[in-house]
Design a protein around this ligand. Structure first.
Ligand code: LLP
Length: 419
């Protein structure tokens, strides 16, 4: 459920007609519903009644400041994968003792930044990283709080590019290496083992992969306790899927039940890192039809948003529903909805049945709140689009559209090529 609904054939975001925002802001833009963001956060959090998990919103899904601030105000923690996300998170007001740091390629400067910011936990993904974190903590005269990220080798049954917990994936440590890793960590002076972590993939719709992963974490915990290692935090990562088309993902309450059932005889503090399930259906992309044309084989609807604005269809063949903002036409056509970029892969929808839209019509590309703006780029020197948040009957531009001058920020021409 979300707050993008038609009222008499016109799409609204909460109580604001989307057409009105497009007139004020121009297109394309991302549009978020404050009420939906808030409700998704609460629904997820409240699903774990009696367990009190630390919900560390996964910044990468949507890292815009206003969205981060909303979740920090709601008492959330943050899952980060870079120094940049740490910087944004701290600016948005997250308390550092609610920040967990994952990622296989943490640089020295990022490790130092996270250590000196006193984050809750490093989720370590290799033995070399463990060694480096121990060394840096020693230099900074600190003890680094750590978990090892385990790769439990379960099939999340999702797109191969967003599976992360299979043997062949680059993430985490296999169980045997994790056992060795915990033993090694136990001998180090400057780390404090506090957790165990996994993240098996994204857009997961079934309970089984989560169950299997959690069971292997619990088994591992029992194993390493034999060496006197005590684990306080169990971080299950993120990954819960959403409805884009006709999927039937687990509801957060079923997801919570699955986890609670396995945790009932343990005393972990649970950490979760949801991203998509919170922001995915709280945002849409609004774009305008520039032109239509018919090729010999296909009809094309050409929009002012392209793969640089929303790359998911191009990269993962992802489905996003495309709807007219104002419904005027009963007739349906089958068309490719394509962007202005000079690549065949630049499409928002392929062979899609949509209403027979006209030049200048507005389209809403649904379920675009997660990994939408966050993955946008300046490809083809296209300024990054604006982001807008709606609350009740008001809207606010939370990120201004880039200007042409922004495109050259930080660039310079060396003297040896100046004439
Ligand atoms: N924790 C870790 C360590 C992660 O790597 C991720 C996502 C999450 C949490 C959040 O997962 P979520 O709850 O959002 O599924 N760009 C792709 C998704 C990549 C996910 C990467 N990791 C897409 O657009 O589908």
């Amino acid at each position: 459920m979300h707050h993008f609904v038609y009222r008499e054939n016109e799409l609204y975001a909460e109580d604001v007609p989307i057409k009105k925002i497009a007139e004020a802001v121009g297109t394309p833009f991302y549009l978020y519903s404050h009420a939906t963001l808030k409700r998704h956060f609460h629904t997820f959090n409240d699903a774990f009644q009696g367990i009190y998990p630390l919900v560390c919103y996964s910044a990468k899904a949507n890292t815009s400041l206003a969205i981060l601030k909303l979740f920090s105000d709601l008492g959330g923690g943050l899952d980060i994968v870079s120094g940049g996300e740490l910087y944004r998170g701290l600016k948005a007001g997250f308390s550092s003792d609610k920040i967990v740091y994952s990622g296989i390629g943490k640089r020295v400067d990022e490790i130092d930044y996270a250590l000196s910011s006193k984050i809750l936990m490093f989720n370590i993904e290799s033995l070399e990283e463990l060694e480096l974190i121990d060394k840096r903590a020693g230099i900074l005269k600190m003890k680094a709080p750590i978990a090892l990220r385990v790769n439990p080798d379960v099939d999340p049954k999702t797109h191969p590019y967003i599976s992360t917990g299979l043997k062949k994936n680059k993430f985490g440590l296999d169980i045997q290496s994790a056992i060795e890793g915990y033993k090694a960590a136990n001998r180090l002076q400057n780390v404090r083992i506090i957790g165990i972590d996994c993240h098996i993939g994204s857009q997961i719709t079934e309970a089984k992969p989560f169950e299997d992963a959690l069971q292997s974490l619990i088994n591992l915990k029992n194993e390493i306790e034999k060496f006197g290692i005590k684990i306080k935090y169990l971080d299950m990562g993120g990954g819960l899927g959403i409805v884009y088309e006709d999927e039937s993902p687990l509801h957060p309450s079923e997801y919570a039940k699955t986890i609670a059932a396995l945790l009932k005889d343990t005393s972990f503090q649970l950490i979760l890192e949801p991203g998509r399930v919170i922001v995915g259906n709280a945002g849409i992309l609004v774009t305008r039809v520039l032109y239509r044309k018919s090729g010999l084989k296909k009809k094309f609807v050409i929009t002012d948003a392209g793969m640089n604005d929303l790359i998911r269809p191009s990269l993962y063949d992802a489905f996003h529903a495309v709807q007219p903002v104002v419904k005027t036409e009963e007739t349906q056509i089958v068309a490719d909805v394509v962007g202005p970029i000079c690549e065949t892969g630049d499409f928002l929808a392929m062979d899609r049945k949509i209403s027979d839209v006209k030049k200048d019509d507005l389209l809403a590309v649904m379920s675009a709140g997660a990994y939408g703006f966050a993955m946008a780029s300046n490809y083809c020197s296209r300024p990054k689009l604006a982001e807008v948040m709606v609350k009740d009957n008001q809207f606010h531009v939370i990120r201004a559209r880039q200007q042409y001058s922004d495109l050259m920020e930080g660039e310079s021409i060396p003297s040896f090529i100046q004439g």
